[in-house]
Ligand binder design. Sequence first.
Ligand SMILES: Cc1cc2nc3c(=O)[nH]c(=O)nc-3n(C[C@H](O)[C@H](O)[C@H](O)COP(=O)(O)O)c2cc1C
Length: 331
Amino acid sequence: MKMTKNQHARLSVAPMMDWTDRHCRFLHRQISRNVLLYTEMVTAAAVIHGDRDRLLGFDPTEHPVGLQLGGSDPAALAQAARIGAERGYAEINLNCGCPSDRVQSGSFGAVLMEQPDRVADCVAAMIAAQPVPVTVKCRIGVDEQDPTQALPRFLAAVQAAGVTRVIVHARKAWLQGLSPKENRDIPPLDHDLVLAMKQAFPGLHISVNGGVQTLEQAQAMLARGFDGVMVGRAAYHTPMAVLGQADATIWGGAAGPTAQQVVERMVPYAAAHVAAGGRLHQVTRHMLGLFAGRPGARAWRRALSALPPDAGPGALELALAQMRAPAADAA
Ligand SMILES: Cc1cc2nc3c(=O)[nH]c(=O)nc-3n(C[C@H](O)[C@H](O)[C@H](O)COP(=O)(O)O)c2cc1C
């Protein structure tokens, strides 16, 4: 089935720094054929001046995958978006939600919630520079902003600039006083406000993000009227529970693989990575949660965590065998 990009956006895995690298995305793609994936945030400056193979390289089987950019300079973002599109990314996303100090001092990320006109200039330049869709990931507001005012003002600005799809992390970011981690938990979630935006902006494809733990919850969100749901931490920690049946449930496709089949699919990928000079751990660190909530979960985590730094790809099959040994979880 050939799908449009917006159909893939019904369920997506959130961009997560240090987590959604290419190995993580390859793993997620073995679990779901259709879920939309995103890179970690890469700054426009890094894309322009940095090591592009390292920052932007990905395996074609990861598709569809979007590149998330950080920045606030329209010309630099346009150039970075063009480079991303040339590299084959299916979408370029602008980060307007990250609250970290480093990002604030560069004046991008969540502080951009206060500068909708600047964001409009950025996305307009990104759209003009290259052919793939430009999307925005934002918060409902920052600091003392009233989200019922700030969010529609922000969305109206990006829509007027040509954006047709957004992802809203349904909580404020506090730019002073909370760490990035606290900013993902402490400000309360307001999914209802994001749903109200769907009524106010019927032509905008709106994905909701924040606090979704299971595929059932994601489905319930879609049934409420959201166009898409983006799942972050739960997709990372419990990938089978969130993504395992997503193809069948969300897109009416085939039943998903078992966790064991996923491991088997990862073996040749891991072998190729090691053969190219990489470390097995760089791949396996994303696989700890594969058996979460199932028999053998602890034994699997233990076996993967115990891999020596120079482990060869055979260690992955060995870990699977160890996990399957009788009473592996009893110790
Ligand atoms: C480790 C980690 C790194 C993150 N890095 C990014 C990032 O690079 N860009 C971004 O837009 N959001 C980032 N986020 C936020 C997530 O994309 C998402 O908005 C947030 O975790 C809320 O969704 P969840 O409750 O489903 O996890 C990160 C979250 C985590 C846990």
